[in-house]
Design a protein. Sequence first.
Length: 268
Amino acid sequence: MVIQAWQSFSSRIVHQQNIDASSSGPGLFPYRRPVSSRRALSLIQTHPSRGRLRAPRTLSKDLILIITKKFLPLTAAAFAAAIALAGCGASGTGSGSSGTSMPGMDHGSSSSGPAAAGDHYAADVMFAQSMIPHHSQAVQMSEMILEKQDIPADVTPLATRIKEAQGPEIEKMTGWLTAWGESTQMHAGHTMDGMMGAEDMAKLETAQGVEAARLFLTQMIAHHQGAVTMAKTETTDGKDAAALQLSKDIVSAQETEIKEMQQLLNTL
């Protein structure tokens, strides 16, 4: 930009000098030029062989001062305008990456299925991890009573229903935990309501006939009551739709079976 300004300024000076020279003759000037013009003209050299005016190869301090005073304000104004335009462009471009989000655009913090387990599914995970071993023990107790001889006829169908209902539920909850990326094993130190100890299981395994049936019903009533308590906790704290539905089904089915087992126990 400075080079262009210098070329324009030099051409204007040369043009003015030619006009003055032709109108007043050699060595005559009709008026006294300003100091700045005289200084500028003094810097113009005439080529000895060609008679043409040309700019000196090295700019003097006076000429640099003249050019600076004339064109520096324009250069500064143009530079300021460029900065302002750049700022506007950056502001417009940056708005797309601001922290403000449009409705429906935030897809990372929500999920429509249980496979995106997180802190808000902690109750669902605990429900599945606890209910799997709880159901497994109920199935084991049912298999024990079904393998025995001389069991009252009304007790055998009940044990069969418990086994057939809770087996598939174990598979269902195992699938949930796998999809959620969670372990199927319950955390150490966690206790479950209604679980039988090793001694209780040993007694059921050795018992026979009516004694075995009575022991089975007594243990299974307590076992079901524990499962109902766990399922009601999930109903209150859980959020996964499938887990909530299973918890409600468990409460409904096992409360009905508790009443049935209490009636059977009274008849033995």
